[in-house]
Every structure is written in structure tokens, then in C-alpha cells.
Design a protein around this ligand. Sequence first.
Ligand SMILES: Nc1ncnc2c1ncn2[C@@H]1O[C@H](COP(=O)(O)OP(=O)(O)O)[C@@H](O)[C@H]1O
Ligand SMILES: [Mg+2]
Length: 268
Amino acid sequence: MKIYSTRRRPHRPARIVLDGLGKRFPGAAGYAVDGVTLDFAAGEFICIVGASGCGKSTLLRILAGFDTATQGSVTVGDEPITGPGPDRGVVFQDYGLFPWLTVAENVAYGPKQARMNRDDIRETTGRCLETVGLTRVRDSFPHQLSGGMQQRVAIARVLANRPAVLLMDEPFGALDALTRTDMQAELTRIHRDSGVTVVFVTHSVDEAVYLSDRVVVMAGGTAHGTAGHIREVVDIDLPRDRDTTAPEFNDYKRRIDALIHQGNRAAA
Ligand SMILES: Nc1ncnc2c1ncn2[C@@H]1O[C@H](COP(=O)(O)OP(=O)(O)O)[C@@H](O)[C@H]1O
Ligand SMILES: [Mg+2]
């Protein structure tokens, strides 16, 4: 008997609205982030950049439901966030894979939790492994794989839950430059094919300009004596298939770099 099938359910990308969001950690003198108001359209690819300590991870953790805001509100697909959920797939720099499970078992984990039937689990797992090019190593264990491949498993694992939103915190930060470039191209393709909304934190301005529809530049942070806040939101008006050597690409990089550093000087 089919109790629960999500096989044919498409990704339903969600709009994300942050309204006057603030976070003050217990015992902290000031706010880690304050007054963050943003509206991400369903299916948008957003990168968040800014100096260390400006509150990028705090924002992402609130979206993931790992932390709660102390001011303002945040909704994903018009629903207030009450905790973590399979509608939001989270990928961090350390892959967080289950070392005792094979690649395929790691990917099948979410669908099993969701009590998908066996055929649907097999189909979903196969499709997600194919999406990230890992079919060949489906029976390997995480420790047998390179960092780039482990990060692909982590991405396949969250895709298997058919998330409305992908939340990524410096996911490619530990990869070598070539692997990182490959992963960026792959993520662009996954985003195009799935239509999922992506919020991606990165230190790399290059990466942000390559990936995003819009780049959110944050500034401040308690180390600078202020709360983390939005400095500017930059629309990246470039064709999707981006030429990283084009003058326009470099113009965006320079502009965003300047915004990041201007934030530091103003607060120093
Ligand atoms: N669990 C926590 N308890 C207290 N302060 C924290 C906690 N997590 C982060 N902070 C503080 O909040 C600020 C923003 O941190 P974070 O969001 O990690 O910045 P980023 O990711 O941009 O480097 C920093 O000043 C940091 O010290
Ligand atoms: Mg961080």
C-alpha cells in the first residue's frame, strides 16, 4: 500500500521574507545582527558576503531553524520558522555525512525518515546521485571519497528531501580551487534544473558574482562595535552562463569588494 509518495512532487521553491530581523545571544552585550529586512523571491539565488563576524552564519542558522531571532520575523513560503525542517536543506563546509552509511544510504536517509515507499526511495536516491554525478560510487563509504565528492553527497542528500530552499554556509570553503570551480558550475546547473531558492554564504566575492542573482553585502559585527547589518544588495545583471573573464564580471567584483571594505573602515 502506498502511504506516502513524493516521487512526482516537484520542488516548490519558496519565497523568504525577513522583516526587521535581529539576534542577541544570551549574555551578549549587543546584537549579533540587527534590522535585517530582505525579500528573496522563490527560485532566486542569493549570496551573502561580508567580513568575518558580521552575522552571515547567524542569519543562515535562523533560516535553518537552528537558532531563533530575538527581534522581527522570518517566513519561508509564508510560514513562520519554528525549527529545522526538510523543506530547508542545509549544507555546511564540513559535510556532516553519516560515516557508517554508504553514499546511497546517506542520500536515502531523508526519504526513509519521510516514510517514502521503497520504490520511491530507490528512484529518488538514484536520481539525486545522478544529479551530482556519483552513481559510480554509490556503495562507497564517505571516508573513501575526496572532499569534493563528499560535498556532492551532502548536496544529493538534501536534494533527496525535495527542499523548497537550499541553505549553504561556505560549502566549498575547504575545497581546492579546481574542485571548487567544478562545484560552482554544478550548483548553477542544479539550481537551474530544480528551481530551488538558494541562500549561499561565502567569503569569496568571485564565487558570489558567479553564482547569484543578487548579492547581499553585510557589514559590522560586534568586533567592530556595531551589530551585523545589510550594507547593500547588489543585483547581478549578467547572463546565467557567466564569463568570469568579462569586464562586467570584474566590475561587479570590484564594486562588491569596495562595499565589503568600506564597511570595515566605517566601523573600525
Ligand atoms: N552562539 C553564539 N553565542 C554568542 N555569540 C555568538 C554566537 N554565535 C555567533 N556569535 C557572535 O555573533 C556575531 C556574528 O557571528 P557569525 O554569524 O558567526 O558571523 P559570520 O558568519 O559572518 O562570520 C559574532 O560577533 C559572533 O561572535
Ligand atoms: Mg560564518
